[in-house]
Write a protein that binds this ligand. Structure first.
Ligand code: FAD
Ligand code: DLZ
Ligand code: SF4
Length: 515
């Protein structure tokens, strides 16, 4: 018998381990295990999504003729770990070999690599071809390059896949239309909403289980409406392409009070647990463009997120692990402020992003980068603490995509290997790209003092603190020239204001992210 363990983020019917195997010679093993539900104390919605998707996927496989050995979280004898459950399954079935698709996370991959020795059985670890770029291909691309520029990687991927290509040339004659994609919110705009799915009996049972077992985890599941089967995810994709994609590009960076999604897709939870493949999503977008339903700036902007950023982040993760998990180039050591968990802060932009995160396990990209990440970086929060937070709170968070985004892109903790400069801004950027500041208790126009937007003083204080490292960066030098022109008194006022504000931050209680 061949044992085919399928992990929670591998709920894909075309999974490589299910190909070229006779169904009658195989047992599929799916395991709900405590180790995965609590290695960080995930948002309740993320646990609900994974367990419900796994249960639905197992039922679909059985319908399709596979024998599935499904271990539920509450099952008697559940050992609580992948190791323990594979060991029990090896004893239950006459297993001759194990066949598994490589794990998404480094920690789990290391576990799988020990199985051959542990169980004394052949273990076939198969490449995860749901990604466009195999891990080894990325490593070959990265070899010998001093800078790993995403845009260069992306162009190579466009050529390789033929997506939005006109022969050897990019569709429309340019590779990247981002210049058209930075518009602030438009007054009176009406935003579509991602498709919502009413929980069925299986999902309702999982939601009850989550409330029972994980009551003290962060977040709410009252608004749980995510797609949990491939069929639902496909409908959500179609709905997005019709209703939001045409405007996705232009308002990609905008933020609006009370609007959680704007023109974003909210497809990442389905994509990352395997209900949708990256190819399926990119092809749907390219087809909509070819049919004339979507402008090029939106189609290109969206495809770049998946074919470019998503693949690039995965490549970086496997290139840089395990060191990436410990990176702290700026030597930041401030504990995460408690308000990241409670939402109790007067800063409206942060309150908005945190309430969306709590209620939906979602915040869109620019909130993650320029509000939540920006604040943590300016305040000097320990990258591991903010990374744990990001891994806990989003339904799409798996370490392979979370860590490079947080530690690399957002916190500059890799010293600039991933991004050529830190993503930092004062309140002016948030004011330009949102309508938040109008209703905030702080004044975004004031530079220093108790009523001034905290981002303003924190921004200059950050630049002053890290002058030695950052002044030489050619993309930062115009900013340092502004600093140089500033009167000493002004500089001192910024630094005093920043220190006073930082002194008010309550450190997070222990136990939110990890037991
Ligand atoms: P859309 O705006 O609709 O974008 C479409 C798709 O592009 C997304 O579904 C996603 O698959 C992909 N994408 C876009 N940007 C990125 C990116 N930078 N890296 C990888 N894929 C990208 N994404 C995750 O999937 N998991 C995470 O844990 C995660 N953590 C992040 C942490 C920080 C600090 C930052 C700045 C970004 C993070 N991202 C993460 C990337 C991005 O913010 C999310 O993919 C996106 O917000 C998901 O929402 P959406 O599906 O509505 O995206
Ligand atoms: C995220 C998650 C959770 C919460 N629970 C499970 C689980 O019980 N069983 C399982 O197979 N997978 C789960 N996952 C997803 C895994 O963490 C994910 O598949 C691995 O981290 C990938 O390496
Ligand atoms: Fe955020 Fe500052 Fe604007 Fe308030 S004033 S919403 S803290 S950027």
């Amino acid at each position: 018998m061949i044992l085919i363990p399928i992990l929670g983020d591998q709920c894909s019917h075309d999974l490589a381990s299910l190909r070229d195997v006779a169904k009658e010679e195989a047992v599929v093993l799916m395991m709900e295990v405590a180790e995965e539900t609590t290695y960080v104390r995930h948002h309740k919605a993320k646990i609900a999504l994974i367990l419900s998707a796994m249960r639905h996927f197992a039922a679909e496989l059985e319908k399709d003729g596979w024998t599935v050995d499904y271990v539920t979280l509450d099952q008697r004898g559940n050992s609580g770990s992948f190791d323990g459950e594979v060991e029990r399954a090896v004893r239950r079935h006459a297993v001759e070999r194990i066949r598994i698709v490589e794990a998404g996370e480094w920690r789990v991959q290391k576990t799988i690599e020990r199985w051959r020795r542990r169980f004394g059985l052949p273990v076939e670890i198969i490449e995860d071809d749901r990604f466009f770029c195999p891990i080894l291909d990325f490593q070959t691309w990265a070899q010998g390059r001093r800078e790993l520029v995403m845009e260069h990687f992306y162009r190579e991927m466009r050529r390789r896949t033929g997506l939005l290509m006109d022969g050897d040339e990019p569709e429309g004659g340019v590779w990247n239309l981002d210049k058209q994609n930075r518009k602030p919110p438009r007054k009176g705009a009406v935003y579509p909403h991602p498709m919502r799915f009413t929980p069925d009996a299986v999902t309702r049972e999982v939601l009850d289980l989550v409330e029972d077992h994980f009551a003290d985890h962060f977040g709410s599941i009252e608004e749980f409406h995510l797609p949990i089967t491939a069929g639902e995810a496909k409908r959500a994709l179609g709905h997005f392409v019709r209703t939001a994609l045409p405007d996705f590009g232009t308002w990609q960076d905008a933020m609006v009070e009370g609007e959680r999604f704007l023109f974003h897709s909210w497809l990442s939870p389905a994509l990352n647990c395997g209900l949708l493949t990256a190819a399926e999503v990119c092809e749907a977008v390219a087809e909509a463009y070819a049919a004339g339903d979507v402008p090029l700036n939106s189609a290109e902007g969206f495809i770049r997120q998946i074919l470019g950023w998503r693949e690039y982040m995965r490549g970086i993760y496997w290139l840089e692990m395990p060191e990436l998990g410990r990176a702290n180039a700026l030597h930041h050591d401030r504990p995460l402020p408690e308000f990241y968990w409670t939402g109790e802060t007067d800063m409206l932009c942060l309150r908005q992003a945190i309430s969306s995160t709590r209620d939906l396990a979602y915040a869109h990209h620019i909130e993650r980068l320029m509000v939540l990440g920006n604040f943590a970086l300016l305040a000097g929060v320990d990258p591991e603490a903010i990374s744990d937070w990001f891994l806990v709170v989003y339904a799409d968070a798996y370490e392979w995509v979370e860590l490079p985004n947080v530690v690399g892109m957002s916190q500059f903790a890799d010293g600039g290997r991933l991004g050529s400069k830190p993503y930092v801004s004062s309140g002016a950027y948030i004011d330009r790209m949102s309508d938040y500041c109008r209703h905030c208790r702080y004044d975004v126009k004031q530079k220093t003092g108790e009523d001034a937007c905290p981002f303003n003083a924190l921004y200059w204080d950050f630049l002053a603190r890290h002058e030695r490292l950052l002044r030489g960066n050619h993309r930062m030098s115009p900013i340092y020239r502004n600093w140089d022109r500033m009167a000493d008194e002004q500089k001192r006022a910024y630094r005093t204001s920043a220190r006073a504000f930082l002194g008010t931050l309550e450190p997070a209680a222990k136990g939110w992210a990890k037991a």
